[in-house]
Design a protein around this ligand. Structure first.
Ligand SMILES: *Cc1c(COP(=O)(O)O)cnc(C)c1O
Length: 381
């Protein structure tokens, strides 16, 4: 399936164009149909829950970007997460997961899967020995997210993959933060990569989506079982918008990276900020590891201000260029204080009630973004 495009920019702009097939249209059309008639010809398509030419273009691009054999797209990132996890697990199995995992993924593993008798052990993920010590005879899956949600902690992908292979344990990683442009975990021996396409891959805050990349054989089985049976496939129109978004992914990510390094440096120097969580800062405790396994940094970071949630919210409400809202990875800058309750504090390894703020650096001019935030933060010194 791999093609003549090996550079990521070329994959994003042109892979799957197939002008001959689509009457020379510069943008391939949307196959917005559920079924394919079989009377006159069999083109290999039958029902959109199984396969569809528009969805396949998005899948080809994502597989090539991740340097994987194949990809499957889902209706949301969580649809991809749940299909991936269910693929590897059976009743009474055990999972090892990192503590600072995306909170909804944690709920799936921790509460929902308990009804199938599945056990879970959390590790910080900072040292490979933690994973080894957590292994039990029924351990079937190691679930990673590197850099992770909210504190952007990293795991040594090559070392964890090697350990897991030695014990016959599958490895899955949520690679949403780094995007396939900045990190390709399959090359380190990880079995399966998940993306929420709602974030940078979509990039315009107008589509939900998810993807899984793995070996073709694994995905073929997953397509009939977890994607086909649970039915959370991507819609063709969603796929068409995703293809549109992928064309500009490389330029968007370059800008997010450049602005975010400037933003993180500004935050680190500001008096009101006691700690910054950003893997691209040389002061990040795992900076070397990040340099080893990533080729760039995206635009979401966290920082701590020693003030209450309400005080921080009050100061941030006055900002002009930032909206306060969930999600991230779009063109727009977002900021928001997080409520660090006892459970979240344990998962993140920070004090309960800490003034944690998450920021998603958008595509506005960086001088405007820093100027606006400086005004707000000056009130919190
Ligand atoms: C948003 C997110 C998800 C879930 O994706 P949805 O598309 O919202 O379902 C999974 N993992 C990470 C790291 C995320 O940020």
């Amino acid at each position: 399936m791999l093609n003549s495009y090996s550079r990521k920019e070329d994959i994003c702009t042109h892979l799957g164009d197939d002008y001959e097939r689509y009457l020379g249209a510069i943008v391939p059309p949307i196959f917005q149909n559920t079924l394919f008639t079989q009377k006159t010809s069999d083109q290999g398509y039958s029902y959109t829950r199984e396969s569809n030419p528009t969805i396949e273009i998005a899948e080809k691009k994502i597989a090539a970007l991740e340097e994987g054999e194949a990809a499957k797209c889902f209706s949301s990132g969580m649809a991809a997460v749940s299909a991936a996890v269910m693929h590897w697990l059976s009743k009474d199995d055990h999972i090892i997961c990192i503590k600072s995992v995306y909170p909804r993924a944690r709920e799936l593993l921790d509460s929902y899967l308990r009804k199938f008798g599945i056990e879970i052990t959390y590790v910080s993920g900072a040292a490979v020995e933690e994973f080894e010590q957590a292994i039990q005879p029924n351990t079937k899956l190691i679930y990673l997210e590197s850099p992770s949600s909210l504190i952007f902690a990293m795991q040594d992908l090559a070392a964890v993959a090697k350990l897991a292979q030695a014990y016959g344990i599958a490895t899955v990683i949520d690679n949403t933060w780094a995007t396939p442009l900045f990190q390709n975990p399959l090359n380190f021996g990880i079995d399966m990569v998940i993306h929420s396409a709602t974030k940078y891959l979509g990039g315009h805050s107008d589509i939900l989506g998810g993807a899984i990349v793995s070996r073709a054989e694994v995905l073929e089985e997953l397509n009939f079982r977890e994607r086909g049976l649970f039915g959370a496939v991507m819609d063709p129109h969603q796929a068409w918008l995703l293809i549109r978004s992928l064309r500009t992914l490389p330029v968007r990510m370059l800008q997010h990276q450049q602005s975010s390094l400037a933003m993180a440096t500004f935050l680190e120097r500001h008096e009101a900020v006691s700690q910054v969580f950003y893997p691209g800062l040389p002061s990040h405790p795992q900076y070397e590891l990040g340099q080893k396994q990533m080729s760039g940094y995206s635009g979401v970071m966290g920082f701590i201000v020693n003030r209450s949630y309400e005080q921080i919210m009050e100061a941030l409400r006055g900002l002009k260029l930032y909206e306060i809202g969930p999600s991230w990875g779009g063109f727009e800058s977002l900021i928001g204080p997080m409520k660090v309750d006892e459970q979240l504090a344990w998962h993140l390894g920070i004090p309960q009630g800490a003034g944690l703020v998450r920021i998603s650096v958008g595509l506005e001019h960086i001088d405007s973004l820093i100027g606006d935030l400086e005004q707000g933060l000056n009130g919190l010194v």
